[in-house]
Design a protein. Structure first.
Length: 237
């Protein structure tokens, strides 16, 4: 568990013990988005929210994978949203590309539409033709549709919960399609466990637009693409 960091609100000057959030890397290790070492973090009030300003670049300490995660911030009782503008970063490790296919060329994510478009682009690269993004999300709760695949894309800064994944899985079951989920902020623990039971591939998107597999079904999909799927029915079900 990440250690708390003392942070002083720039508005009311109260000191708070901030506990950094942890997010799941594709290798399974937790990535802690922590402020810089004690005394070095810059606490600033958030007056105007922006997409780019809500993210921080942090590498996994276990495998070195680069990633972009929600910027550390908290709500002070005085009513001010406080953002910690500096984080400690670890050295980057060389990126490994999937074997058997040309390197994936990601689409940079700046908006929620970019996230959906980037996930659709990734699924086409895996071998699912004619995947299209639906933005805003359809009432059914599905963001991506293509021959043999349905997808969910969560572009928020909160981890994806259980219910959206179960809804996605049901759509895949009803349509004989592979359900695939993408999230920018990772997944709640119970959602991750349920996805493992359902053999539902989970990916985490960073702001470069590069999906990283979070569980074994996603690793298998990344390795085999559409080759590992049985005709007419999603393999993970």
């Amino acid at each position: 568990m990440a250690k708390s960091v003392p942070v002083r609100c720039p508005a009311c000057h109260r000191e708070h013990a901030y506990v950094p959030h942890e997010f799941p890397c594709a290798c399974g290790a937790p990535v802690s988005v922590t402020p810089a070492r004690a005394g070095a973090a810059t606490a600033v009030p958030v007056r105007h929210r922006s997409w780019a300003g809500s993210w921080a670049e942090v590498d996994c300490g276990a495998c070195g994978r680069p990633g972009q995660w929600p910027q550390p911030q908290f709500e002070c009782p005085c009513g001010v949203t406080v953002r910690l503008s500096q984080v400690d970063e670890l050295p980057r490790a060389p990126r490994r590309e999937p074997a058997g296919r040309p390197p994936f060329q990601p689409l940079t994510i700046r908006t929620a539409y970019d996230a959906a478009a980037g996930a659709a682009h990734f699924l086409r690269w895996l071998g699912f033709p004619e995947v299209r993004a639906t933005v805003p999300r359809a009432a059914a709760g599905v963001d991506l549709r293509g021959f043999g695949v349905v997808g969910l894309v969560d572009p928020t800064t909160r981890p994806t919960g259980l219910r959206p994944l179960e809804t996605l899985w049901l759509h895949g079951l009803a349509e004989s399609a592979l359900p695939v989920a993408f999230s920018l902020a990772g997944y709640h623990r119970e959602a991750r466990a349920r996805a493992d039971e359902l053999r539902l591939p989970l990916f985490v998107l960073d702001l470069t637009g590069t999906p990283q597999p979070v569980n074994d079904p996603a690793e298998e999909l990344l390795t085999t693409g559409t080759e590992g799927l049985r005709p007419g029915r999603p393999d993970p079900l």
